[in-house]
Design a protein around this ligand. Structure first.
Ligand code: CU
Length: 160
């Protein structure tokens, strides 16, 4: 029941968001969007309800990677890069935003406005290019309420 309510809330929320809304704003660590011409590696990720096919990731400092994230689930998911602490903060913001929205209270969409990944609707694929910058405690994650807790996360480590 809880999942169902969350799912509906998040879907309604996503429907109100243009895809381009995931612009600069909610800065997180671990790098920034990179240039397509500098992609050294393509990483395919499959998202389901609620898991990522990718369990962990090793990268090089300044490596440019293209992530292709295919959502084979019904629920929307996000694939975001940041530190463990930043993800925790992002989850708090997202939970608060969804709660307020459910109650019809004023709310900020800031939790959706991040510059470190993509939002993927069910049965869709989203891609982005990322240039990594060395940071401690980095991970990729989906911060939709309950999803991170279900295991939609993985450590990102640097090989040198
Ligand atoms: Cu998710």
């Amino acid at each position: 029941m809880l999942f169902r309510r969350t799912f509906v809330g998040v879907s309604a929320l996503a429907a109100a968001m243009p895809a381009s809304a995931h612009g600069p704003g909610h800065a997180m660590s671990g790098g920034r969007f990179g240039e397509a011409g500098k992609v050294a590696r393509v990483i395919d990720v499959v998202a389901t309800d609620n898991a990522f096919s990718l369990k962990s990731l090793q990268v090089k400092d300044r490596e440019t990677v293209r992530f292709v994230v295919r959502n084979e689930g019904f629920a929307p998911h996000e694939f975001i890069i940041g530190t463990v602490a930043e993800h925790a903060e992002h989850r708090t913001m997202m939970r608060d935003m969804i709660e307020r929205r459910k109650k019809g209270e004023p709310h900020s969409m800031a939790a959706m406005d991040h510059a470190s990944g993509v939002w993927i609707e069910g049965d869709k694929t989203a891609t982005f290019v990322w240039i990594f910058a060395r940071a401690p405690n980095l991970e990729f994650a989906c911060n939709i309420p309950g999803h991170y807790e279900d295991g939609m996360k993985g450590a990102i480590t640097f090989s040198r």
